[in-house]
Write a protein that binds this ligand. Structure first.
Ligand SMILES: Cc1cc2nc3c(=O)[nH]c(=O)nc-3n(C[C@H](O)[C@H](O)[C@H](O)COP(=O)(O)OP(=O)(O)OC[C@H]3O[C@@H](n4cnc5c(N)ncnc54)[C@H](O)[C@@H]3O)c2cc1C
Length: 458
């Protein structure tokens, strides 16, 4: 190992660290998955990444790529040791090509910073994870992240035009171009999107951007029964309106939101659905009114948010809610497990009912919220972490929630990825044959299995 340290330092002495304290800081992401790397390496250029990978390939050293470590599946946790490749320092916005509606960035650019840089040009990068202020574009591409606006704008995948990728043996390839449409061979860009650092290291990305909408409006509709809430969503979609966000918040979530911001004028009980529409002043006013009229006969209450200020306050609280749950009970902590299931939208009410039954039976409190327009439900289970009995119940609940989603033709992860946290469900999720195809692809690109080994059930 001493030899490796010398070789890495020869590439750039300042980029390598072997101190235990620092390695501990890189042991996990935002999930419970942990592992200890032998070295933390912070490259600053594609050439350095290429030299590092060539060396690691020759010496069979595992390499775990890391952006900001906000992942919720253990993707950036170095479970096999080796090196953690911290790409957060490669954070330049290389080009804003507004005429072609695209940007070229390094992987360490923070999502929110990209949007701040695009704003004066009248553009934005639409995928919008709740972690926008922290997560990197590289991490978003590797996880195919999305969020509240994917119901209208799609996921990260829809915006990636070209990637510069360093392969396991150090070769550097480009997967696309600046052209918006191209059918030249296999779609390697899409192969790398969502590959969670198992196939190559993304060192540069060409991304499509979208014009910033001129106006937004928010409709708040509350429902006595979850089934009715589910029907309401289908009614809105069937009416020809595509909301720019469509979020469900259950009763417990509403309580937490009010603890976050007591000034919010939210209903006291029932399930709340937030429908946001974007466009021009007149189109949003018309669509919001149409939703209000459409849902009047179904909803317990329905109203249009009073203006920009109220809308921003509601969205700010909504973004905090996942982490704010412990305000309900300071003796309990939210554990991110079973938190990202998805089903076809028609099945959302059934999924919510199943989750309710599972958590009630195990006597575990849970908050349920999510992107109902995509069928993506975030279940926040929270426990007393000092109580081993509760850990057992937590794992049982998460397992049953994952299986319930699969039984409803759904997915164990709509946006957070597989990593290690959900790897055990891969055979059930995709089937053995498809999983074997994935293993063949992995073997072709990374024959020594040095890139993020042990992840995604590969
Ligand atoms: C409070 C909070 C809210 C969140 N909300 C959302 C949400 O709304 N929607 C959503 O989709 N996710 C959400 N997430 C999860 C997470 O933020 C996203 O998955 C995010 O895109 C991860 O980015 P990161 O830079 O932190 O990546 P990391 O966690 O560092 O890494 C994620 C994966 O990408 C790989 N990777 C990172 N960089 C590269 C690279 N350059 N090349 C190859 N592989 C790479 C890593 O190996 C790992 O497998 C949330 C997380 C938190 C903590």
């Amino acid at each position: 190992m001493k030899k490796i340290l010398e070789d890495l330092r020869e590439i750039d002495a300042g980029m390598v660290c072997a101190a235990l304290a620092e390695r501990r800081c890189y042991a996990s992401d935002a999930s419970q998955v942990e592992g200890l790397a032998d070295y933390v390496v912070r490259p600053e250029s594609t050439q350095q990444v290429s030299r590092i990978l060539r060396l690691c390939s020759e010496e069979n050293i595992p390499v775990t790529a890391r952006g900001s470590g906000t992942g919720l599946s253990g993707g950036a946790s170095p479970i096999c040791g080796g090196i953690v490749l911290d790409l957060s320092g490669m954070n330049r916005i290389i080009e804003i090509d507004s005429e072609n509606l695209q940007v070229i960035v390094e992987p360490g650019v923070i999502h929110e910073k990209l949007n701040m840089a695009l704003k004066p040009f009248g553009f934005f990068f639409p995928p919008d994870p709740g972690s926008s202020a922290m997560c990197t574009i590289g991490g978003m591409i590797a996880n195919n992240s999305s969020g509240m606006r994917s119901v209208k704008y799609g996921t990260t995948r829809s915006y990636v035009l070209d990637l510069e990728v360093v392969l396991a043996d150090g070769r550097v390839i480009h997967t696309g171009s600046k052209v918006l449409k191209s059918v030249a061979g296999y779609d390697l860009t899409r192969l790398f999107v969502g590959s969670e650092g198992t196939l190559g290291i993304i060192t540069r990305a060409g991304l499509r951007v979208a014009p910033l909408p001129l106006a937004r409006k928010l409709v708040l509709a509350s429902f006595e029964e979850t089934e009715t809430a589910g029907r309401a969503v289908i009614m809105v979609f069937s009416s020809g309106i595509t909301p720019s966000a469509c979020e469900i918040l259950d009763r417990t979530t509403l309580k937490v939101l009010k603890l976050c911001d007591p000034n919010l004028a939210l209903p006291d009980d029932g399930d709340l659905i937030l429908f946001e529409v974007d466009g021009t002043d007149s189109s949003t006013a018309e669509s919001a009114l149409q939703i209000q009229e459409l849902l009047g006969p179904l909803a317990k209450s329905v109203r249009i948010a009073s203006g920009q200020k109220e809308m921003e306050a509601i969205w700010a609280a909504r973004r905090l809610v996942g982490a704010a749950i412990s305000r309900l009970d300071p003796n309990r902590t939210r554990i991110y497990i079973g938190e990202d299931v998805g089903v076809p939208i028609k099945e959302i009410p059934s999924l919510i009912k199943r989750v309710q039954q599972i958590t009630t039976k195990l006597d575990l409190p849970a908050m349920k919220y999510g992107h109902i327009g995509d069928g993506n439900l975030h279940v926040a289970l929270f426990i007393d972490v000092m109580n081993s009995d509760q850990w057992g119940k937590l794992e049982l609940a998460a397992d049953r929630i994952h299986r319930a989603a699969l039984e409803l033709s759904g997915t164990v992860s709509s946006e957070h990825g597989i990593g290690l946290a959900r790897a055990q469900y891969m055979p059930l999720q995709v089937g053995e044959d498809a999983l074997n195809v994935m293993r063949s692809i992995k073997k072709a690109l990374d024959p020594k299995n040095i890139l993020n080994p042990g992840k995604m059930g590969l």
